[in-house]
Structure formats: C-alpha cells, structure tokens
Ligand binder design. Structure first.
Ligand code: 6CS
Length: 316
C-alpha cells in the first residue's frame, strides 16, 4: 500500500528530515510506500490533524502547540522553563520518559491516534521588531503564538499581548505590523526568513520546541504485527537520526542569519535577566493545572520525575 504522511514543515526542515528517514526505513523493511506531504500541500496544522483522525492520512506530525484544544494535557510542553536546553538530557528524556511513552499514548488514543514518537526541535527563541530585556519592555507588544491556550497564558505572564495564529499568517502579519514578534527554534527562524520581518532575536531559555508523530489508530490496529513493529522500528530509527541531525544546527542557523542580514541583533538574557520570566512560570503552571485537573497534574508530576532521571543520567 501507499501510506500518506503529512507534516508541518518543509522537506528540508527538521520534521521533513525525520519524515524522510521514516519513509526510507519503511520502504526498506516493508512492502509499503510512503507519500510525504510537506507543509502547505494539504493545509494548516489543524487541517492535517483532522485528515489523520478521519483516516485520509495514515501519519501526521503535529506539534503540541496545535494539539492543546484536542488534548489539553499536551499543553504541558508550554509550562515555561520545564524542559532543559541540554540536547543530551532532552534526548534521554524523550527516549525514556514514562509520561511520554506510557501516559501520552493513552490520551492520543482517546482521539483516535496512535502516538509513535515525540522529539525536540531546538531551543525556542523570540524574534521581535524592538529589543526587550524585561516583561515591562513587552508591554503592548503583540507576539504570535501557536494556537495553544497555555502558550497564550505564558506570553500574558511574560507581559506581552499574545496573538495566536496558524503558521501561514505569521510572515504577512509581521510585515504589516499586525504583530511585532513570534517565537520558534533557530533553524526555523532561518529557513522561513523571519529575519526579514523582525530585527532582534532574544533567547530567554523558556522552552524547547517539541513535536509529535502519530498514526491513525484504526489503520494502525488493522495492520499485521510485522507492519506495526516495522513502524515502531522506523520511528525509533528516525528519532535517533533527528537527534543526530540537529547537532550544531542552532549555531549554524545563527551564522546563516548573520550572513543574510548582518544587522540582525542576537541577545541571550543572563540568568539574572531571566529571573522575572522564570518567576512568571509558576503562574502558568497553575493555569495548566486549572485547565487539566487531575490528569494534567499526574502528567506534570511524572514529567518532572522523568526530567530529573534524564538529568541524573546525563550528568553521571
Ligand atoms: O510556529 C509554527 O507554527 C511552526 N513552527 C515549527 C518549528 N514547526 C511547525 C509549526 O507550524
């Protein structure tokens, strides 16, 4: 059969590199073929998720940034300063976490989705038209967020005016000054030329971009044991590949941006400067618990435990 797989980025961006490796593995180890649908070919993130739930697509990559209304607990990835930036710790966390590998699959299954993997896409940086160092500087600044209620709460807590939008509207909205900033990992800021419509890149260390790949659950369950195993193996191989692929990617992207636009200003806030943003995180965590109740608390507690385990494992 030919299986259809849609994702939220271009073929040469992180989700596309993951998808290409997944395709390669499936085609080498099964009788099936994978047809890839990069961003824009089938609509926005919300559209491809719907198509995967309907079974029109067999596979979809949708980031928790867009899954929040479907699975409120997936908003946990937007509690600021929860995830570490160290890539080794992150990889170990995603590989071994009970929250990721045992708890989230149940929540996705309730929505007709078989969660195959979650992986990190890099430190999230904020690009703006004016410089900022404090929450006060962000007063009245409209920052685009993915359509995730908790991410909206984060930017409120950071002092800004969050504006949730689908990705396709971001470049134009910056160009016309409907918004004055956005957040994304460095590779994406470079590849989508966000530097053309903003002038400052600020790293406050508040998050690392997470994405998720899943299959339509009915499709997955109807497969043979061998095919299901081949899919799991392909997801594992693609995970290892994408972790490796991202080594040095942030730094290389910074260099490319500087080359394309020498006047682009890069600022990394110091620990002290980050403190007011860190202080705001507690409020966002409380909102998360308010939105998700006991099941959210269970996931958050488990994630914290899993993160500690990952940190201990990578330090030793
Ligand atoms: O900001 C966004 O909407 C997009 N950012 C990334 C890194 N991937 C896909 C997503 O649509």
């Amino acid at each position: 059969d030919t299986w259809r797989y849609a994702f939220e980025e271009a073929l040469d961006e992180v989700q596309g590199i993951y998808a290409q490796k997944f395709k390669e593995e499936i085609e080498a180890n099964t009788d099936h073929e994978i047809q890839l649908f990069p961003y824009g070919t089938l609509g926005e993130s919300a559209d491809i998720m719907e198509q995967a739930q309907d079974g029109i697509l067999q596979f979809v990559d949708q980031s928790p940034g867009f899954t929040g209304s479907l699975i409120p607990e997936a908003q946990v990835f937007f509690v600021p300063y929860l995830l570490p930036q160290d890539t080794e710790t992150l990889a170990s966390f995603f590989r071994n976490s009970k929250a990721i590998n045992e708890m989230f699959p149940t929540l996705y299954a309730d929505q007709g989705l078989e969660l195959l993997t979650m992986f990190p896409e890099g430190e999230v940086a904020i690009t703006t038209k004016e410089p900022f160092k404090t929450p006060e500087d962000l007063d009245e600044v409209k920052i685009r967020t993915m359509t995730n209620p908790l991410l909206v709460e984060s930017y409120k807590a950071f002092g800004a005016t969050p504006t949730p939008l689908p990705w396709g509207e971001v470049y134009g909205a910056l160009q016309t000054n409907i918004i004055q900033g956005q957040e994304n990992p460095m590779f994406f800021i470079e590849s989508t030329k966000m530097y053309e419509v903003t002038d400052y890149v600020t790293r406050i260390g508040h998050n690392n971009f997470t994405t998720a790949v899943m299959a339509n659950k009915d499709f997955f369950e109807d497969l043979s044991d061998e095919d299901r195993q081949a899919i799991r193996d392909a997801a594992d191989a693609a995970f290892a590949h994408i972790i490796d692929y991202q080594k040095g990617l942030t730094e290389a992207s910074v260099e490319k941006i500087k080359e394309a636009k020498p006047s682009m200003t890069f600022t990394t806030l110091s620990e002290e400067e980050r403190q007011p943003f860190k202080d705001a995180a507690g409020e966002v965590e409380a909102k998360f618990l308010e939105m998700t109740g006991d099941s959210g608390k269970e996931i958050l507690d488990q994630m914290k435990e899993d993160l500690k385990t990952a940190e201990d494992a990578t330090q030793s």
